[in-house]
Design a protein around this ligand. Structure first.
Ligand code: PBG
Length: 335
């Protein structure tokens, strides 16, 4: 099949000649509505602690988070995703603080929804910020992460978040069967509205390093890794199996993570399933671009927008990105 007449009848450069033509024929576009903004929250008042490995990212207390949420609404960012920094004294081997109804996340969710009902709020369902060992689940005597007992705790965590009024729960733990278990529990509670965004194809990636610094789980995790539950970076077909299972178990939206090194997976998932598909431009990807920009090696705004547009082109309906606020501000200026 010839897609375009050959030279000289066809001259693809004609359509690149001026910005109006480029605007006219562009296939994909980025908008603030495509962005989910991950934020780190901590206890206390008037706190904004910088995360050294993520320039421009801060850990907010509820009072300093409120103006950020207000700006997200003004910029048209549809959803904020919350990640907790849990005090070391509350961490236990079983991560029980994860389902404390008076814990940090339920309080922040309730406050945000009371103040900004039009802003979507999403929460992570995973135990790693709450466990003393930094793993996403309960361990047996050998240190292996147990599946089914972990799922029971994840269900309690998701229900606690839903009861606090969260819009979207996002299981990021990669235990088998957790989407179905969370969905059944929500339905069992008569909760038909809480959406599930499943971290379906989540790889055991070294690009999560700065995030683990930000939530303070890096020290707990030490030299161990998450390869016995997160996916092997060498696998692609397996991502389709994982996504298929999560959709069958009741996920409304699926996610691929990390983002930029895994755009091939985003494309395969979108082509195969045609469901709302998201990608997470993770902490290490953000750190990489920021570091190069700070050195003057890359043009910050240009690579930020190009990297985000690339997710759309690969088939993502939206992107979780620490650049969300910067990108939305820039998109607004450009209009
Ligand atoms: C927790 C979780 C992680 C991330 C999101 N949720 C870390 C991990 O799995 O170790 C990573 C996000 C990022 O790197 O930006 N389960």
């Amino acid at each position: 099949m010839t897609l375009h007449a050959p030279f000289p009848a066809g001259r693809p450069r004609r359509l690149r000649r001026d910005s109006f033509t480029r605007n006219l024929v562009r296939e994909h576009a980025l908008s603030a509505h495509d962005l989910i903004y991950p934020v780190f929250v901590q206890e206390g008042l008037n706190k904004r602690d910088a995360v050294a490995s993520m320039p421009g990212v801060e850990r907010f207390s509820l009072d300093t988070l409120l103006p950020v949420a207000e700006e997200c609404v003004a910029l048209g960012i549809p959803v904020m995703a919350l990640f907790p920094v849990i005090d070391a004294s509350l961490k236990t081997p079983a991560g029980d603080e994860a389902f404390n109804p008076d814990g940090l996340i339920p309080r922040v969710v309730a406050a945000l929804k009371a103040r900004f009902p039009e802003l979507g709020v999403m929460t992570d369902v995973a135990l790693d910020p709450y466990t003393s060992h930094g793993q996403d689940g309960l361990l047996d005597d050998t240190g292996y992460v147990l599946n089914d007992p972990t799922v029971e705790v994840l269900v309690k965590q998701a229900l606690t978040q839903a009861e606090a009024g969260v819009d979207i729960v996002a299981p990021s733990d990669m235990m088998d069967g957790r989407i179905g278990a969370v969905r059944d529990a929500l339905e069992g509670n008569g909760d038909i509205h809480t959406r599930i965004m499943a971290y379906s194809a989540k790889y055991a990636s070294a690009f999560y390093g700065p995030f683990r610094d930000a939530v303070g789980s890096a020290g707990n995790l030490g030299k161990s890794n998450k390869k016995v539950y997160q996916m092997d970076p060498g696998n692609s077909d397996e991502a389709l199996r994982e996504v298929g299972i999560d959709i069958a178990e009741g996920a409304d939206m699926v996610m691929v993570k990390p983002g930029m090194p895994y755009l091939d997976i985003v494309r395969r998932v979108k082509d195969e399933f045609r469901v709302p598909t998201f990608a997470y431009q993770v902490s290490g990807e953000y750190a990489m671009l920021k570091a190069a920009a700070q050195n003057g090696w890359l043009d910050h705004d240009a690579v930020m927008l190009e990297s985000l547009l690339a997710f759309k082109r690969a088939g993502a309906d939206g992107v979780l990105t620490y650049f969300a606020r910067d990108a939305a501000r820039l998109l607004k200026q450009q209009r």
